[in-house]
Design a protein around this ligand. Structure first.
Ligand code: NDP
Ligand code: PMR
Length: 400
């Protein structure tokens, strides 16, 4: 939290030291918010930063890039594969009433090839948002979904099925971030709200809608769960305290209801950490879905870091000074900033671009807005942890 105050003092050099774990210095750099190991040459890295923990965790850190750059045509250019499609695709996007979700809905609707189901907790806000970005009535449907209630998730699935629309792509995008909360708040079923909404709500939704995706005859069926750099401790952003850490999942296993703990690792409540933990859960869930279902169903499972969209509603509960300084900090110092529009185009590529059809991938974009397969941190790619998370989450949402 002390770091937030540091924004008021930010010069062109940023230094962080925390418990001797790492130190980093940024000066005249062009950091775009992607994993250093993918992005900077080894010689630059060594002059820019000493990243002891990273080196300990990943011997690959000092070697440059296994990332693959893929040339991606703009989302609104129809590929031959898309042209063959007889009907519009249907994409369900959670949290499409603002920020990334809304920008993605708009980008998809504009192609004329997608009908977007905006799955939102605030029906009126979503309707207004769709109108405000100029989406045409025939390109979207707003449906109620409150991810902080498992009952609402089930009702949404029932209502969606009643529309008799096929499901071709599901985008799990909605999230809450409570960095300044002193005490945890809880979902309808009593789970800490960040993990309850961002992970458990989406976990149930994705499990229930997998059957619907399976039934789709669309050429490329996809399920996308939005991740983030801040959950990945193989990056500088992921090393800004408090760091994501699920531990042995003891807090989650004991119900995440504040009686034993409201944190997945069983520790003291920290709203910023709870959000980052939830993003690790999102990225682990995507990989577990891939391992369990990709071959059997042909569904592509993917996650992404769209860039730092520093102006969205995600930061609505942050202190005013943070909201003032975060966008210029990201634009001019970190150079990780992307506009909502650009981020929406990126997520729309993961939805529909044939060149991003590979399953099990965590996508990121470089300075030229070219997509590449990024590497997840040790924890966010831990298959054992993903399996355990899956099993514990199944129990909590009533699937096991
Ligand atoms: P926004 O706050 O603009 O969007 C979040 C959306 O989630 C809103 O539409 C919000 O609805 C919705 N939402 C929140 N709680 C619920 C709920 N209980 N049920 C249904 N919907 C809910 O933030 P962003 O656009 O920035 O965030 C979108 C995604 O992008 C998140 O997954 C976030 O983790 C990720 N991300 C964002 C980054 C950034 O820099 N902003 C960076 C990396 C990842 P409402 O409008 O009603 O509040
Ligand atoms: Mg970060 C490469 C550097 C980088 C990137 C790409 C981000 C992205 N951040 C970076 C660096 C730093 N941040 C540094 C050096 C600092 C210390 C001054 C810093 C601080 C910081 C704070 C206090 N950053 C933040 C916060 C938040 O509250 C945001 C957060 O963690 O939300 C969970 C955030 C973010 N930084 C990012 C991104 C993308 C965020 C938004 C969070 C997300 O959705 O994951």
């Amino acid at each position: 939290m002390a770091l937030q105050a540091a924004y008021s003092l930010l010069p062109s050099t940023v230094s962080i030291r925390k418990e001797g774990k790492f130190s980093a210095s940024l000066k005249e750099t062009t950091l775009t918010g992607v994993s250093f190991s993918n992005h900077l040459k080894a010689d630059k890295i060594s002059t820019l930063l000493t990243f002891k923990e990273q080196r300990r965790q990943s011997p690959r850190f000092s070697t440059v890039t296994r990332a693959q750059t893929v040339a991606t045509p703009p989302a609104n250019e129809a590929s031959p594969e898309q042209k063959k499609t007889q009907r519009k695709g249907t994409a369900v996007i959670t949290g499409a009433s603002s920020g990334l979700g809304l920008a993605t809905a708009k980008a998809l609707a504009e192609t004329g090839e997608w009908h977007v189901v905006m799955a939102c907790r605030n029906f009126l806000k979503a309707e207004k948002a769709a109108k405000s970005v100029g989406m045409s009535k025939e390109d979207y449907t707003v449906m109620h979904l409150d991810l902080a209630s498992l009952e609402s998730v089930k009702q949404f699935v029932d209502s969606f099925r009643r529309t008799e629309r096929p499901l071709d792509v599901l985008v799990c995008n909605a999230a809450v971030y409570q960095p300044t909360a002193k005490e945890p708040s809880f979902t309808a079923e009593g789970f800490e709200i960040s993990v309850g909404t961002n992970h458990l709500g989406h976990f149930l939704l994705s499990r229930l809608l997998l059957d619907d995706l399976k039934k789709s005859d669309y050429p490329s069926k996809r399920m996308i769960i939005v991740g983030s750099i801040t959950g990945n401790t193989n990056t500088l952003a992921g090393n800004v305290p408090p760091k994501a850490n699920l531990g042995d999942l003891r807090g989650l296993a004991s119900g995440l209801n504040g009686q034993n703990s409201s944190m997945i690792d069983g520790g003291e409540y920290d709203g910023a950490k709870a959000y980052k933990d939830s993003k690790v859960c999102n990225m682990l869930t995507m990989q577990e879905l891939h391992r369990r279902y990709h071959e059997e169903t042909g569904v592509t499972f993917a996650s992404l870091y769209p860039g730092c969209i520093a102006t969205t509603g995600l930061f609505r509960e942050h202190v005013p000074l943070f909201r003032l300084l975060f966008p210029p900090f990201q634009k001019y110092i970190i150079k990780g900033y992307v506009s909502e529009e650009e981020a929406g185009k990126r997520l729309a590529q993961v939805v529909s671009d044939p060149s991003l059809g590979k399953s099990g991938v965590y996508w990121s974009w470089n300075n030229n807005s070219s997509s590449f397969e990024n590497q997840l941190s040790k924890e966010a790619s831990d298959a054992e942890k993903a399996k355990k998370l899956w099993e514990v989450s199944e129990k909590l949402v009533g699937l096991a």
